[in-house]
Write a protein that binds this ligand. Sequence first.
Ligand code: GTP
Ligand code: 5AD
Ligand code: SF4
Length: 340
Amino acid sequence: MSTIVDAFERPLTSLRLSVTDRCNLRCLYCMPEAEYGWLPKSDILDFEEIVRLTRLFVSLGVRRIRLTGGEPLLRRDLPALVAQLAAIDGIEDLALTTNGVLLADQAEALRAAGLQRITVSLDTLDRATFVRLTRADELPRVCSGLDTAARVFPGFKIDTVLVRGVNDGELLALVAEARRLGAELRFIEYMDVGGATGWTGEQVVSRREILSSLTSAYGPIANADSSPSAPAARFMLANGQALGIIASTTTPFCATCDRSRLTADGMWYLCLYATAGLDVRGPLRTGASDDDIAAIVRRTWEQRRDRGAEDRLASRDRGAFVPASALKRNPHLEMHTRGG
Ligand code: GTP
Ligand code: 5AD
Ligand code: SF4
């Protein structure tokens, strides 16, 4: 099996598979509008197509697969897809990111199907704040999902996007909850992806601020091991609790980025901030061979020069990445379509 590298010598190792563009929450930092331009049903890849493409990516060097959405647990029969993916030779890591609402019901089946790891998003422990953040009164179901995750996927991860004035006051409470659950918490800097969110720089709680709050509360913080291509830098609190910070906004990690994403309708995006992707559904459905598709994928990756987050950092007037009007016309530009 070969490993291909892009124009900056970055290997193609990680593939994020978005299995639906739909979500049952409306988080203000991701998908705040009630209605979007949804992907047409007939364009959504079926399991056979997803598995065929995944095999092809694995033959080109991909070793880590993460299922995302929208909310991936909304995809019908997801454990059946997990089982088929788990059977592919060469995948070393099979993980999923979820908002947790439907997790209590599905965690066991996913584990039994071969899912190795799970990350649950949790931004608040306060029911009213949860409603404000997501426009849904689902905190109780998320909490039950978290308890299930602690049992079925011990040591799972929790992702928290901090938004100033919304949930930044809960930083320490979230650390304590992760400790109770035996989970590794990662704080994520609010990113200016998509466009409907109304992102402003003032709302970003930076890695520096996060570390300073943690130091005030827990004392000196040590660095912990992290993999060179992982978005999260890991730290160890004085009490021995490990946590991560994903500082994509103030400290981009594009230089070591080995990831790309496939949307639910088979568009391949090489960067979270890419405005154009490669249509792989087209060739797939018009009879192209695996070799034909692999050749296009290889050529595209070899030419990749994306450094989206670095470019955003360098841009002067940083506001919404894409105007809301353009988003209505092209749903692929939104974060929820390309799965984070
Ligand atoms: P692990 O495999 O568990 O280490 O996951 P991960 O560290 O890759 O993180 P995960 O896939 O859960 O992603 C967490 C968040 O990090 C995403 O939701 C994004 O907010 C951010 N993120 C992940 N990948 C990228 C990326 O390629 N670029 C940027 N800029 N941000 C990313
Ligand atoms: N900034 C940072 N992370 C985001 N996510 C979605 N939108 C954003 C954003 N604007 C990621 C977070 C969240 C998951 C659903 O997607 O990790 O937990
Ligand atoms: Fe990779 Fe683009 Fe994210 Fe940079 S912004 S880390 S190049 S996906």
